[in-house]
Write a protein that binds this ligand. Structure first.
Ligand SMILES: [Zn+2]
Length: 273
């Protein structure tokens, strides 16, 4: 959802995408928030010439869905929308997040270098934010063309909303956390969801969410394409924050004992070796 000048690049077509069950997480992967999907390499030149490999870690995704995402939804989402929180939607949203990483703008449109170099410390949060909204944009487009027969669009939207709360809990030191804070505030301003003050539950407005998704995709892709470090930093500073009401709602998740992340019991002993 951007003008053609931001779509000058074509990604490599030697890409692949597979689902795996992870057997062991080590090093950086086992520290901090646990990854559930991967798109590598990050090198822009390789991405444009060859493409990327995407890995969906299905068992880790399932654990986060069952133990974290569903309990969050049960606490914070409108009860009649809970049926739209589905594993298939979570899997698809995550998959297209990774697809979106491999697409998008790699080099600024003035030809001076990579988006990564231009956006410096603002790059990761911008890129994670882009992957989320652009992934959802692709799902919306594919559904409009009847290319995704399973479930319905509202499944993807409501599951996406639940996941915003999940990711904000990673905190401001995480690129995912900050990206989701920006999105929560941006979506709130555009009426993508409403909070019922009586029940304290959030209801997705699909039409407004769709418009907010287009607008935020456009904003982030434009900041990336322009290599606009100042604009990206301003967006993060003004919107990458947790307001009072949201903090109170997040505290309800803590009080309900819903974990922020999963911890692995793993290794030879667990496997009986
Ligand atoms: Zn990502």
């Amino acid at each position: 959802p951007v003008p053609d000048e931001y779509k000058a690049e074509s990604p490599g077509t030697d890409s692949d995408l597979n689902a795996y069950d992870a057997v062991y997480y080590a090093g950086d992967c086992n520290a901090g928030s646990k990854t559930i999907a991967i798109n590598l390499p990050n090198d822009e030149e390789v991405q444009l010439r060859k493409g990327t490999r995407r890995l969906q870690l299905k068992n880790a995704m399932r654990a986060k869905f069952d133990k974290i995402l569903v309990p969050i939804a049960e606490e914070l989402l409108a009860e009649d929308q809970l049926k739209h929180v589905t594993f298939d939607a979570f899997f698809a949203n995550t998959m297209f997040h990774e697809v979106a990483h491999g697409l998008g703008v790699k080099n600024t449109i003035d030809g001076k270098g990579t988006v990564r170099q231009a956006l410096k410390d603002a790059y990761s949060a911008m890129e994670e934010g882009k992957a989320d909204v652009l992934g959802l944009y692709m799902i919306t487009s594919l559904r409009a063309k009847d290319e995704i027969p399973e479930g319905e669009l509202l499944d993807n939207y409501v599951t996406f909303m639940a996941s915003i709360f999940r990711s904000i809990r990673f905190g401001a030191t995480s690129a995912h956390g900050r990206a989701n804070m920006v999105r929560f505030n941006f979506f709130s301003e555009m009426g993508a969801f409403e909070r019922d003050p009586v029940s304290g539950r959030y209801r997705v407005n699909a039409e407004n969410l769709s418009a907010a998704m287009d607008a935020l995709s456009n904003l982030i892709l434009t900041l990336q394409g322009n290599g606009d470090y100042e604009g990206a930093s301003k967006l993060l500073a003004s919107s990458g924050v947790v307001g009072e009401q949201l903090q109170a709602d997040l505290d309800r998740l803590d009080a309900a004992g819903i974990p922020v992340d999963i911890i692995f019991q793993q290794g030879p002993a667990v496997l009986g070796l």
